[in-house]
Each structure stands twice: as structure tokens, then as C-alpha cells.
Design a protein around this ligand. Structure first.
Ligand SMILES: [Zn+2]
Ligand SMILES: [Zn+2]
Length: 463
């Protein structure tokens, strides 16, 4: 627990003023499951059929007893939160809830951190810093899913019963992103999806609309961070799918613990936990989940999912290996929050770690209009060419600012369908183009580049 040790960073305010009797995550998280069988004493405990950590109780999962397994998982979550300075005391965190084990655990763990912070806050004399708030969002996708409307009504009731005592719940339907009445919204969404012929493109597009819906809930209700339950297993699937779809350049963007590309930055504190572990903790702790079948899954995403499931059977560490391999790619600058105030709550001794790095790498990225992937150099050049006269219409401009993957899988090929597709898009997607373009810093810098005086012998333009 890098920032929780007190000795190296001091007390890190409301987030991690954990006392000794709290779960000791540093110990917990430093038990990589692979290592347990090589340590003689642990091996001995294991031999006796007892937990490999405390040696007291019967193992429940990964050779650990139920409390040790829980503190091992919670430790990973807490390390991710604190070492990336994810949450400041003044934040309002919105947890995206799908009903599944990952988001259920994410909600439970963030509530646990809040509970401990509140307890410490109550106990502290200064009462200076507040404790962050939590809300929950659920996006009803019944109009595009396999669930019958009745099943969805029951599911929402169940979700309300799970969440109601824990935090405020915001439910929105995916079609509300169109800002029209229910029937018009559904019609719009269906027509838009009908114009996408590729099954994978359709599925991915729904995923982007879901993110837009979550962002809207967060903005409308003044949340400052959006927490997703993305775990190692899901990430491994996304990595292989992105590779197949030709999104290699933008791949690191989706792996970051913090993703500040969005108006409300996204947090991924479960990034280091496996789906199987999360399902196990739900089972052990009796955390209720709701099973929903969201998509008629077909195409690349589904193929990759079954491919990785087969690899996992052969070797249970495959998912982790895939994520670790992808981690070697260079991250984008938006792995830090863009506002300096986001780090104000940190003790001054570690604050520069975040602020300085952020300033060094603050090259702005140009993002795809649809999926928000950073555009690669060739996509950027293509877009610049279009600005310089090749594009005549607003639609051409919009298309030129989309990544190759979206152009191939989502945008309709023929002119008439493309025009229809564009006219149906939610305003929040179409507005991206008008807001961007000429006021972008990179754009501006390249436009005035020839007038800048360069240092002699520095071809890279260090001016
Ligand atoms: Zn134990
Ligand atoms: Zn895209």
C-alpha cells in the first residue's frame, strides 16, 4: 500500500488513515497467489489443509480462508485507489452498476473505504476534510437486449433493493441519451443500430452509448468521478479484441487505472482482480447480484471471449499474462487528472509525483468522434488533409475525425445511409466535432509551426 504506510507519505487524509485493526492491505496484496506454493512454511500450512496466510482456518479460495481472501482482494482495490490518487475527499463518486459480481464488489469495496474514512473523520479533531460521496448508476438497456421488458422491471427492482440502503441509485434508459421522448428515443436508437451492418460494430456502438449515458448521469448529478468494475478478465478480452480490430495504437488508453479523457474521469480500481475471484467473494460474502443478458453477442467480441475462456482452462494465469503484456505499451497522458485541484488533497510530499509527470506529458490527444480512441499519426494526417480542403461537408468532416476501426465497423458505407446515420446521432456525439477542430492545441501548434524559431541542431522542434 504505497501511500498508506504513513512513514513515507504521512497520513494520506481521509482515504487511507486506516488503523492497524483495519484490513492490512499491504500484507494482503503482497501475497501473489503463484508464490504461495514455493514458501516452505506456507506449503506446510497448506499441507495441513489450512489457510496459507493465517494458518488458522480452512481455505476457501486461492489457498486462503474467507477473511484472508477478502483482505487480499480488498488490498488490491485499495492499492489501486491510493497509489493512483483516484479519489479526493471532496469527490462524488458514481459507481456504474451492471448487476454483475464485478460492479457489486466495486460498490462494496468503495463503501468500505468510505466507511473507514467517515469513522476516521469523526474521530479526527480537525474535522477539516470532508469524506467523498458515493452514488450508483444503472443503465437500462432493455430496448437493445435479449431481456424481456418484464424481466428488466424485475431486475431493476432487485437492483433497487440491493442498492437502496447503500447509496442513491440513478436509473436511466439508454435511449434517453437522444434527449427525446421515450418512443422517439427508442425509434432513433433502433434506426441507428439498423444502419450498422457489422455485428461487432453494433455491439461496440451500444457500449459507447452506455458510456455516454453514464457520463450524462454523472454530469447531471454533479458527480466528479465515474467508477467502473472492469476487471483483469474483461480487460484481457478487450485487449485481444482491440488487437483484432486494429486498435493497437489506442489500446493503452483503455488499460489505465485513471482515464481522464472524459468530462467525468473514469476509475478502474478492480483492474488487478479476476472475474472468478470477484464471483467467489460475492459467494463468500453473500453479496447479491442480478444476472442480465444484455446483448445478442456475436462477432469478434464473442469469439475472443470464448477463445480466452479456453486459454484459461489450460492455464489460469492467461488473463493476467495478457494484461501484463499490454501494460508494457506506452500510456497516454490522460492517465492523470487534468485539474491540479484533483491532487490538492495529497500530502505535499507526494503531490509532485502526480502534478509534475502530468505537466511533462501534457501533449493533447485528438480523439475519435465515436469511440474516443486517440487518433494514430496516420489518422491524424488524414484528418488534417481533410481540413485543408478535401472535406466539403459537415459529414465528411465528422467521418475524417473518426478512427479507422469505427470507419470500418460502424459508419455505413453508402452515402444515403451515412447521412441518415449522422442525422440520428445523439447531439453529444455530433457536438464533439464542432467543439474540437481548430481550437485544439495540437492543431494550433502544427498550424503555426513554420513560423516558430527552432533551436539549432534540434530537429525535433524543441522550441
Ligand atoms: Zn486466513
Ligand atoms: Zn473510433
Amino acid at each position: 500500500m504505497a501511500s498508506c504506510r504513513g512513514d513515507d507519505v504521512g497520513a494520506c487524509q481521509s482515504l487511507c488513515r486506516a488503523k492497524e485493526e483495519d484490513v492490512p492491505p499491504s500484507e494482503a496484496s503482497s501475497v501473489p497467489e503463484d508464490d504461495t506454493r514455493h514458501t516452505p512454511s506456507k506449503f506446510f500450512k497448506g499441507e495441513l489443509g489450512l489457510c496459507s496466510k493465517c494458518g488458522q482456518e480452512k481455505p476457501a479460495s486461492n489457498g486462503l480462508c474467507s477473511p484472508c481472501f477478502r483482505s487480499y482482494l480488498f488490498g488490491k482495490f485499495k492499492v489501486a485507489v491510493t497509489s493512483n490518487a483516484m479519489i479526493s475527499p471532496s469527490d462524488k463518486v458514481l459507481v456504474a452498476f451492471s448487476g454483475g459480481p464485478a460492479s457489486r464488489v466495486a460498490l462494496q469495496f468503495i463503501l468500505d473505504i468510505q466507511f473507514k474514512s467517515l469513522r476516521n473523520w469523526d474521530a479526527s479533531k480537525s474535522q477539516g476534510l470532508p469524506v467523498f460521496g458515493i452514488g450508483v448508476a444503472f443503465v437500462d438497456q432493455s430496448t437493445v437486449s435479449l431481456n424481456s421488458p418484464n424481466l428488466m422491471i424485475n431486475a431493476i427492482e432487485e437492483i433497487s433493493s440491493i442498492v437502496s440502503e447503500l447509496a442513491p441509485l440513478h436509473v436511466t434508459s439508454i435511449e434517453s441519451i437522444f434527449g427525446k421522448g421515450f418512443n422517439d428515443g427508442v425509434k432513433c436508437l433502433k434506426e441507428l443500430l439498423d444502419s450498422i451492418t457489422d455485428a461487432t460494430g453494433k455491439e461496440d456502438f451500444i457500449k459507447y452509448l452506455r458510456m455516454l449515458s453514464l457520463q450524462k448521469i454523472a454530469l447531471d448529478n454533479k458527480y466528479t468521478k465515474l467508477l467502473l468494475g472492469t476487471c483483469t478478465s474483461k480487460m484481457a478480452r478487450e485487449i485481444i479484441s482491440a488487437t483484432v480490430k486494429g486498435q493497437g495504437f489506442s489500446l493503452p488508453a483503455d488499460l489505465q487505472y485513471v482515464d481522464a479523457r472524459w468530462a467525468v474521469p473514469i476509475l478502474l480500481p478492480l483492474r488487478d482482480c479476476l472475474a472468478q475471484e470477484l464471483a467467489m467473494i460475492c459467494h463468500l460474502d453473500g453479496l447479491k447480484t442480478v444476472q442480465l443478458f444484455n446483448f445478442p453477442s456475436a462477432g469478434i467480441n464473442d469469439l475472443v471471449s470464448s477463445f480466452i475462456a479456453r486459454l484459461q482452462v489450460e492455464n489460469p494465469s492467461r488473463e493476467r499474462t495478457i494484461v501484463r503484456t499490454a501494460e508494457k505499451l506506452k500510456p497516454f497522458s490522460f492517465k492523470f487528472f487534468t485539474k491540479d485541484e484533483c491532487y490538492d488533497f495529497l500530502p505535499s510530499i507526494i503531490r509532485p509525483k502526480f502534478q509534475n509527470v502530468k505537466n511533462e506529458e501534457s501533449e493533447p490527444e485528438f480523439l475519435c468522434n465515436i469511440c474516443r480512441s486517440p487518433l494514430s499519426e496516420s489518422e491524424w494526417q488524414h484528418f488534417k488533409g481533410c481540413i485543408h480542403g478535401k472535406c466539403q461537408t459537415e459529414i465528411e468532416m465528422f467521418v475524417s475525425q473518426c478512427c479507422q476501426c469505427c470507419r470500418f465497423q460502424i459508419l455505413p458505407k453508402d452515402r444515403a445511409s451515412l447521412e441518415k446515420f449522422y442525422s440520428l446521432l445523439p447531439a453529444s456525439i455530433r457536438d464533439r466535432m464542432t467543439n474540437k477542430g481548430c481550437d485544439d492545441k495540437r492543431w494550433l501548434r502544427e498550424e503555426i509551426e513554420e513560423f516558430l524559431i527552432k533551436d539549432a541542431g534540434d530537429g525535433d522542434g524543441d522550441y
